[in-house]
Design a protein around this ligand. Sequence first.
Ligand code: SAH
Length: 292
Amino acid sequence: MTNPIAPPVSQKKGILYVVGIGPGAEGHTTPEALAAIRDAELVVGYNTYIKLVSHLLDDKQVVRTGMTEEIGRARTAVEHARDGARVALISSGDPGVYGMAGLVFQVLKEMNWKRGESPELRIIPGITALSSCASVVGAPLVHDFCAISLSDLLTPWPVIQKRIESAAAGDFVIGLYNPASGRRTRQIVEAQQIIRQHREGTTPVALIKSAYRKQQNAVLTDLDTFLDYEIGMLTTVLIGSSQTFTYEGYMVTPRGYTNKYTWDGKPIEGQRPGHSLRLTEDQPQPIQGDQE
Ligand code: SAH
């Protein structure tokens, strides 16, 4: 079988920046990410993300593509960079979290690229949706959490179901990326049903749409009622653990300090700073966080 990706045509070493621009507003894009975009001759990205950085693109060549054209976008970026250009391939949030970084490596592998050859890779992290969305609603990720994408476009649904089940059983705070789209509405309903088997209906749930963009909207609700609200492609869903609570319209998951200390900072009787939490009969299994 012939390799579908053409061999190098130039010896000049290019740079491929794989850039995370954060959630939206420029204030949340790192200086490194902005510098990479400024340095690039060619910027490649999905339309929405290109729009978010359009003010930085005046003198540049831009390749915008639609949602389902990721392979083409990654190949375009890699091939131009391999041929000597400075290219920025843009992802929202972090490029290494449901972003383009993985596909870039697959394209490089397919073309048998080796370290030291063109292009030089610079992967620039960004604030991922879990972090930005958490900050909008308070402090929901202060104890163990996990991220699950509900998109079954590239992952079989039974695999996703199993992960939801495991996360729910493990009492993780669960961050759901890609919870629904115009066509994909069933997955979030099934996710709710699975998680509800392990958690109270009153468990806090936050729906954060377009964090740090003009259309930002956040709803704090609970496991029994969150499906009554709009959930779409621009929403991240945060589902609390058994310890997560709401306070003054915020969602908070405690770290566990009050399992060990009183509010004047002294250890509770039987507990020792710097040592594993001691379990007592009254407090048999704090899976995580404070006992409320
Ligand atoms: N690389 C991105 C994730 C891309 S997957 C990152 O690190 O954030 C796309 C999903 O991310 C969306 O369906 C949504 O669930 C979430 N998302 C991305 N940006 C968001 C934002 N500004 N507000 C809320 N959710 C967002």
